[in-house]
Design a protein around this ligand. Structure first.
Ligand code: AP5
Ligand code: MG
Ligand code: ZN
Length: 215
């Protein structure tokens, strides 16, 4: 199964990705998580990416596309994968199509988690994340017990780009650069849409219904 997750910042892509990846035994590949890991390790990629991420801007396509292509060629991707946060521009989406075509492969679905802009700010400012495995929590909607990640035990932290100002910028960037992908995948008959404003487990149930029917 090859799935991409679309949706604005704070839609719940990372939250749902953890459950989907478990249920369907496919790796969860989050470009945001890969960048953050590189930032924490101070690698050249991390130093480059940080300049953009801290301002809510996208990391340049060339850097991102090469990074994802490398990742998709690793052994654990043989039976499929779940891409979270990639593609995010039409140029990234076209590169992915080319990559798949060269391998005689195709996507199963592009799953859009739809959440209106008014919901996002509360979700983002209350979010806590695990710096080790990338799991997302929320002080009100999904609290981390004693501030620890339930998957790996690390202490959860607040993301640097989750300030109100940066979130507004990320939402603008989403509308300008990523929203066109909705039509891109609709035209290819690959788009499925899930309503992301319900409770986390209800959204997951809807996603499983959709994935059950595209398989
Ligand atoms: P990335 O890490 O991908 O951030 P994002 O797309 O802005 O999305 P988020 O991770 O903020 O939101 P999410 O949808 O995963 O929501 P979550 O599940 O955590 O990217 C960060 C940066 O990296 C970008 O700005 C860019 O600079 C760079 N980057 C990444 N990919 C790139 C690319 N392809 N090209 C170029 N640059 C790239 O949930 C949010 C909160 O809501 C949590 O607190 C959660 O607990 C809560 N929540 C979730 N679901 C629900 C629910 N149903 N009800 C109530 N609360 C909920
Ligand atoms: Mg995320
Ligand atoms: Zn963790």
């Amino acid at each position: 199964m090859k799935i991409i997750l679309l949706g604005p910042p704070g839609a719940g892509k990372g939250t749902q990705a953890k459950s989907i990846s478990n249920r369907y035994s496919i790796p969860h590949i989050s470009t945001g998580d890969i960048f953050r890991k590189n930032i924490s390790e101070n690698t050249p990629l991390g130093i480059e990416a940080k300049k953009y991420i801290d301002n809510g801007q996208l990391v340049p396509d060339e850097v991102t596309i090469n990074m994802v292509k490398d990742r998709l060629q690793q052994d654990d991707c043989k039976n499929g994968y779940l891409l979270d946060g990639f593609p995010r521009t039409v140029s990234q989406a076209e590169s992915l199509q080319g990559f798949l075509k060269d391998r005689d492969e195709s996507l199963d679905t592009a799953l859009l988690i739809e959440v209106p802009r008014d919901f996002i700010l509360e979700r983002m400012t209350g979010r806590r994340v695990c710096p080790s495995c990338g799991a997302s929590y929320h002080v009100k909607f999904n609290p981390a017990v004693e501030g620890k990640c339930e998957l790996c035990g690390s202490e959860v932290v607040q993301r640097k780009d989750d300030t109100e100002e940066t979130v507004q910028e990320r939402l603008d960037v989403y509308e300008r650069q990523t929203q066109p992908l909705i039509d891109f995948y609709k035209e290819k008959n690959l788009l499925s849409v899930v309503e992301g404003t319900k409770a986390i487990n209800e959204v997951f149930e809807s996603i499983c219904d959709i994935l059950g029917s595209v398989k």
